[in-house]
Unconditional design. Structure first.
Length: 252
């Protein structure tokens, strides 16, 4: 059965994340093309053919259409494939409400409309892939700091922060969160009190956008407040072949 893939992200009013999603979808498509099966059936006669890989993007929020309608539209646009498998890939880093509740609900609504010809499979969310820790380690390795902060968005859903806490511990970092305590300001101050003079801050976000801009502004203010300390702000994960490989590893 041919497969198509739909990458789901949060959505943003900032155009940069959407551009990055399109670039990432292209890289994932290249990964899929290298692994695609060549089996198709035409008119009841088995034949071998090269099936085009279809990788699309959709957004949970801040889109003109709700996610389930985006899924339905994407599926119907590839109707010439007739029966096929549609794999939904949540590009989220934490098992928060969006991953555990909102996206499954939207996928369920789409499945009810599309029926049995299109088999929808919801894949694991990106943040559960162990390879992400390797990517973060590379980001930290470029810094010369003696203390590290892994800064994630955060979620109020119970247990959602545990994967970040475990990853931070493995990376020799402390955690901070943008939307819940402890904040970046709190953790920077705690490290300074502990005697650290060089602190690396790694935003655990997929792409640059409004939040990472706000993080940069907060870091600048902290730097002015603590002139004796060197704060080193790294970039978010960003689009890369390595990230595309991790995504494909989740869905292949």
């Amino acid at each position: 059965m041919p497969s198509a893939y739909l990458l789901i992200s949060h959505g943003s009013r900032d155009p940069r994340p959407e551009i990055a999603m399109q670039q990432l979808a292209k890289l994932v498509s290249e990964q899929a093309q290298g692994n695609l099966a060549d089996i198709a059936a035409i008119g009841g006669v088995a034949s071998v053919a090269r099936c085009e890989t279809l990788v699309g993007t959709a957004y949970l929020e801040l889109s003109p259409e709700p996610l389930h309608e985006q899924i339905i539209k994407f599926a119907r646009n590839i109707a010439p494939l007739q029966k096929f498998r549609l794999k939904i890939v949540p590009l989220f880093l934490l098992p928060g409400v969006h991953v555990m509740e909102d996206i499954p609900t939207e996928v369920g609504l789409a499945s009810q409309v599309l029926g049995q010809d299109i088999l929808i499979e919801l894949q694991p969310y990106l943040g559960c892939h162990p390879g992400l820790e390797r990517l973060l380690a590379k980001q930290f390795a470029s810094a010369t700091a003696t203390a590290r902060i892994l800064l994630a968005h955060g979620s109020r859903r119970p247990g959602s922060r545990q994967p970040v806490e475990v990853m931070a511990k493995n990376l020799g970092a402390v955690t901070a969160y943008w939307s819940v305590p402890p904040s970046l300001e709190t953790q920077v101050q705690e490290l300074i009190i502990a005697g650290y003079k060089q602190i690396a801050i790694l935003p655990y976000f997929l792409f640059a956008g409004g939040i990472t801009d706000a993080i940069a502004q907060t870091t600048e203010k902290l730097q002015l407040q603590f002139l004796e300390v060197n704060l080193q702000l790294a970039e978010p994960l960003g689009v890369s072949t390595e990230l595309a490989e991790l995504i494909w590893d989740l869905i292949k």
